[in-house]
Ligand binder design. Structure first.
Ligand code: F3S
Length: 279
């Protein structure tokens, strides 16, 4: 069986940067998981003693706390800065951008529309930068627009970095038909595009696709759904332990892709295990 990696996969710039920061600050702790990959978080704990806090009330005054790639809400950041010795911001610059857009456009009197998942930490953080929290609206699809009531007649739109650009366009098209002024900011991250395009290409050729990444990672789930569109034997796994040899029976071409938070060493272990299966 041929095993091939997508032409673009795995770690993005923001995740590489966050991991480098965490490795530099040994004995620190992150506020929420640094990235969406448990194996890598465990490695950082083991090799660099980087701990993990799930809530603000857990931090201690002597701590050095690292803000994760997805960012945290504005008020949490303020409180954290008051409560600990040092705060290191590892928020991806591509996430800081929509935070700043929301802050500035909201200050300029625009209603804010965020295309994203309201429960996602990145969206919670971006939303928190609006000056009027009652006029910032989060939607997942164009149909959700019918429940949105804007306070102003000018609207600014941003998207969660990992969302599909096609759906964003549908939302923006629907908005422009009913509103006088719509400012659209393309805040979708290129790393996501590149991994998605490469996953689309390889899944058209493969008869089995393995998508490696955290099950709670939005961009990994997105890759899985793209692969499923083209290859019905597409499996989402976090690591090699979830592989089942029966998936590979009578398969000739295995494509592999990985989410933006998946380290190369996890990918390699998956490849090694697939190779160990008897044909
Ligand atoms: Fe940043 Fe894009 Fe990665 S937003 S964390 S570079 S997927």
């Amino acid at each position: 069986m041929k095993i091939e990696l997508a032409s673009s996969y795995g770690f993005c710039f923001g995740v590489k940067r966050a991991i480098e920061i965490a490795q530099k600050y040994e004995n620190s702790a992150t506020m929420g998981p640094l990235i969406h990959n448990e194996d890598e978080i465990n490695r950082l704990k083991k090799d660099f003693n980087v701990g993990l806090y799930s809530q603000l009330s857990d931090v201690k005054p002597d701590d050095t706390v690292i803000i994760r790639t997805h960012g945290i809400p504005k008020n949490d950041l303020k409180e954290l800065k008051k409560g600990v010795k040092k705060v290191i911001n590892a928020t991806c610059p591509f996430v800081t951008t929509p935070q700043n857009i929301v802050k500035n456009m909201s200050k300029d009197g625009y209603s804010i529309l965020i295309f994203g998942d309201i429960e996602h930490p990145e969206v919670k953080g971006v939303k928190s930068y609006a000056s009027d929290l009652d006029d910032v609206h989060v939607i997942l699809c164009p149909e959700d627009l019918k429940n949105v009531k804007f306070k102003n007649n000018k609207i600014a739109c941003v998207a969660q970095t990992t969302k599909k650009k096609e759906t964003y366009l549908e939302i923006v098209n629907a908005l422009i038909l009913k509103n006088k002024e719509v400012r659209v900011f393309n805040t979708i991250c290129d790393a996501t595009f590149e991994n998605q395009d490469a996953a689309r290409d390889i899944s058209k050729k493969a008869d089995i696709m393995i998508v490696i990444g955290g099950k709670s990672s939005s961009n990994t789930k997105q890759l899985h759904s793209i692969c499923l569109e083209n290859c019905k034997n597409s499996y989402l796994i976090e690591n090699e332990n979830e592989l089942e040899s029966s998936w590979f029976i009578n398969k000739n071409y295995c494509g592999i892709t990985a989410g933006a938070s998946t380290p190369d060493w996890v990918i390699q272990k998956v490849i090694d295990k697939i190779k160990s299966f008897k044909p």
